[in-house]
Write a new protein. Structure first.
Length: 200
């Protein structure tokens, strides 16, 4: 169920437009980097796509029943819960048995290069592992659109590279993914780029 943006732009109050004229269809199976200088409206655009904010200009067509997930910049988990539990919960919530939920969670952990850490508590994970776990959990929830906010902003270069390496795994599940980033390496790991700095 693609989400379509037609002539979308936004401004707050009497201020200048952050961005204008965005025409984009968010197709499943793609990962698009949203880039631009600070203040260009990356988080604002994400909120518009999520339906949390109505754009000042243009229109967003969001099919009824569209499920939107969001992975935030700072990974938050339950410190004493295992990495496997964090992902299994999304499948348990849909009615899966514990055995099936764990099996599906293990497959996702493998895709995000976390198999050896499945039994580790969240508090024991490194920054890169925690962020990859949040990406895996985001996909496990089965969203049609997944919004990922600055996934490498708080990470050192080596750890950021771990996260960038698995970004393509997000699209493998047929989800349309938007990744807001300042990181050139993260941008290059995505299929497409939407530069808000060029839309003013």
């Amino acid at each position: 169920m693609p989400v379509t943006l037609n002539g979308v732009g936004h401004a707050f109050g009497d201020g200048p437009a952050l961005f204008t004229g965005i025409d984009r269809t968010l197709e499943g199976g793609t990962v698009c980097a949203v880039v631009g200088p600070s203040g260009s409206g990356k988080s604002t655009l994400m909120a518009i796509v999520a339906g949390m904010l109505t754009p000042r200009f243009g229109q967003v067509t969001r099919p009824e029943g569209t499920r939107v997930g969001w992975v935030f910049q700072n990974p938050h988990g339950v410190p004493r819960r295992s990495a496997l539990d964090h992902v299994s919960l999304a499948f348990l919530a849909t009615g899966a048995s514990r055995r099936d939920a764990d099996r599906r969670a293990e497959a996702l952990l493998a895709r995000f290069e976390l198999s050896p850490r499945g039994g580790a508590r969240f508090s024991e994970l490194s920054g890169g592992e925690a962020q990859r776990l949040m990406l895996a959990r985001g996909i496990a929830a089965g969203p049609d659109v997944l919004l990922v906010d600055e996934p490498t902003a708080q990470l050192d270069r080596r750890t950021a590279a771990e996260v960038n390496r698995v970004l393509g795994s997000l699209a493998d599940h047929g989800t349309a993914v938007l990744v807001a980033t300042h990181d050139a390496a993260t941008r290059d790991a995505c299929d497409d780029v939407l530069d808000l700095g060029a839309t003013r």
